[in-house]
Unconditional design. Structure first.
Length: 663
């Protein structure tokens, strides 16, 4: 044993001091690491994992490749919500003054510094960046399951699905990151929810099968998309010129099926259809292993309503091994040029129902409207999926059973479809301000929770569909058809708004509910008062069809006028082209639609003396229709003449024209 000396004492004290410093340093490092771990702002654990309903099978192999989407939170979110209120308020100076993608990013998107910090953190944790985003909102990466576990402090396991005959992977706890940076959400951490289309195939037991179409223009008298245009629009002046429609799809498609559809329908399509892969997903759909019914019908229904669109962009993302809804939605929000009218016919269940709200808010700020099919399992929640159809930032589209007067003819009657999704939000979203008045007048509606759907269109088993190399008639139905129909209809309204020197319309629900609660509701919508999905269709707003289906050009006029704000009216003629022999007469319907509390009579005058125009006045409050007899004298020259009809009332003047060819 070494003898104890003063030198030994000094050495022991020094070693003890160093050991103490080492312990303190370790404790400090542990405290710093613990402090730096940041939870995400949204939830990622599944209830069935946490409550034991999903039985644990095994640990996910560490070498399994995972595809993730890291999403940063928005900046200045309170200011964004205030801007969204103003941009949809007709009384605001910001009304319909929408932002570009760059403006949105600069004002509300994550900063360049935050986005670069996210990229560096991802690469430092062995993730490979596969795609970036121009709005700095999402970063798409791949990495191994082991990398995911280390970076996010989770254990990735395989579980047995409690309701489906399959396994799914999911984290055992909420993810956290060892950095001061906070993530909003992480896409791809589980594959618990497989997306479903809002599409049904007719069977003998189908509830909604109340008879096949008998007045359609397509084979077997089924409905073409053009029949929906005739029933719900009925005019010719608007065709979607210079407007784009964007379609949300979890799989690719074969454009040869679109060609087959138009060939068999004896129609022609000249609109470019662009297949946009947002995450490396295949844009094709081999018939041997893929069913492209959904994308094909979405395309043909949108084009049927708006046959001269600038283009149709089909945004395609993966649903296997994990669905990438964030990639698809963000692709829609950052495409150049932007599509102002968007449609989704897919439903799924996220771990957190607010996960995509930042992108939905970006749509709204940029003048984009997102239609979502309300589902085909009747009253919510039912047996199927419903989200995102109950989200307050989207327009939810229910289903009806439509009858037309003839092939390619006008609307005749309509009832609520028995399978239409609708009801009180199963996700318990708070009722938005624009819905409170409608809910107050609706017996079955919640007064505190979001109700749906907002609008509706035909969804019964009455359509002509081409997919997978063949075609069927009166076999498929669903709100899958109704959502792209509305997207095409909105493209017509956006076309008119731009022609009037305004912007596109953006998120239409605030305007739709103003129109629905106004005196001209019956001229704007087909109010559907019969039928049931578990809730009854009633007069006014209901939980089967919302406000109903669009009633021709009148609703377009009201949407473009804003549905509120300053008193105003619009005037239109249908038809606006006539061929009349000398000495004979023709007829046109003049429609005036008021908005913003307009309450004056409207005097109508014509500029061609030889054309007798009756009646001359529409009584207060000014909204209505008049069947106008136009007589052509026997001495009028043959050729083309323009009849200008001027409406004057309340100090406001508007005109519409009818082109008359005299024979």
């Amino acid at each position: 044993m070494r003898p104890y000396t003063a030198q030994t004492e000094k050495l022991m004290i020094r070693r003890f001091s160093l050991s103490l410093l080492t312990v303190l340093a370790l404790l400090l490092a542990l405290n710093v690491a613990s402090f730096a771990q940041q939870p995400t702002l949204t939830r990622h654990t599944r209830d069935v994992v946490m409550n034991g309903q999903a039985a644990l099978v095994s640990h996910l192999p560490g070498n399994q490749t995972m595809e993730l989407t890291f999403q940063l939170p928005l900046r200045n979110e309170d200011a964004l919500k205030s801007f969204l209120q103003d941009v949809h308020n007709p009384s605001s100076s910001s009304y319909r003054h929408f932002l570009t993608v760059d403006e949105f990013t600069r004002m509300y998107g994550p900063s360049e510094n935050d986005y670069e910090q996210l990229r560096q953190w991802a690469e430092a944790n062995n993730f490979k960046v596969t795609a970036t985003s121009r709005n700095n909102l999402i970063l798409q990466v791949t990495g191994s399951a082991a990398d995911v576990e280390r970076a996010l402090h989770v254990t990735m396991n395989l579980y047995r699905h409690p309701t489906e005959n399959r396994l799914f992977f999911a984290p055992d706890r909420e993810p956290k990151t060892d950095t001061a940076m906070q993530l909003y959400a992480i896409g791809g951490l589980d594959n618990f929810s497989t997306p479903h289309t809002a599409l049904m195939k007719r069977t003998q037991s189908s509830q909604g099968a109340s008879g096949q179409a008998t007045t359609g223009s397509c084979p077997s008298a089924s409905f073409c998309g053009s029949d929906m245009r005739a029933a719900y629009y009925g005019g010719t002046a608007l065709d979607g010129t210079n407007q784009g429609v964007g379609l949300f799809e979890f799989q690719g498609t074969n454009l040869s099926d679109v060609t087959l559809y138009y060939t068999n329908a004896h129609q022609q399509n000249n609109v470019p259809i662009n297949l946009v892969s947002v995450d490396g997903a295949s844009t094709s759909c081999p018939p041997s292993s893929c069913d492209d019914t959904e994308p094909t019908l979405d395309i043909t229904q949108a084009l049927g309503m708006a046959p001269n669109l600038r283009d149709v962009n089909v945004y395609i993302g993966k649903q296997s091994p994990t669905l990438d809804d964030k990639g698809i939605l963000n692709g829609m929000a950052t495409h150049s040029p932007l599509d102002a009218s968007l449609s989704c016919s897919w439903l799924w269940t996220p771990a957190d129902n607010t996960t995509d709200d930042p992108i939905f808010m970006e749509f709204s700020a940029q003048g984009q409207n997102f239609f979502t099919a309300a589902g085909d399992n009747g009253r919510w929640p039912g047996a199927g999926f419903y989200w995102p159809a109950d989200d307050p930032f989207i327009v939810s589209v229910g289903g009806t059973d439509l009858t037309t007067a003839s092939a390619g003819g006008p609307w005749k009657s309509e009832t609520g479809w028995v399978d239409s999704g609708g009801g009180i939000s199963p996700d318990n979203f708070a009722i938005p301000s624009w819905q409170t008045a409608a809910a107050a007048g609706c017996t079955n509606c919640s007064k505190t929770v979001r109700n749906g759907p907002d609008v509706a269109a035909n969804a019964n088993f009455t359509f002509y569909v081409c997919a997978n190399g063949s075609c069927t008639a009166n076999l498929y139905g669903g709100t899958s058809f109704a959502a792209p129909m509305w997207a095409g209809y909105l493209a017509l309204a956006n076309q008119q708004a731009v022609q009037n020197g305004s912007s596109t319309l953006g998120f239409i629900n605030p305007t739709v509910y103003t129109i629905g609660g106004g005196s001209s509701y019956g001229q704007n919508f087909h109010d559907i008062t019969s039928g049931s999905n578990g809730w009854p269709a009633t007069v006014g707003y209901d939980l089967v069809t919302g406000w109903g289906s669009p009633n021709g050009a009148t609703l377009i006029n009201s949407l473009t006028a804003g549905g509120g704000g300053n008193p105003d009216f619009t005037i239109s003629a249908n038809p606006n082209t006539l061929t009349i022999a000398r000495g004979s007469s023709g007829q046109s319907t003049i429609t005036t639609t008021v908005s913003g509390g307009f309450n004056s009579s409207i005097a109508l005058t014509a500029n061609i003396a030889a054309a007798k125009f009756r009646p001359s006045t529409i009584p207060a409050p000014g909204a209505g229709t008049s069947t106008t007899k136009i007589s052509v004298g026997s001495n009028v020259k043959t050729g083309t003449h323009t009849l200008t009809i001027t409406g004057t009332g309340g100090g406001i003047t508007h005109t519409t024209t009818i082109t008359i060819t005299v024979q």
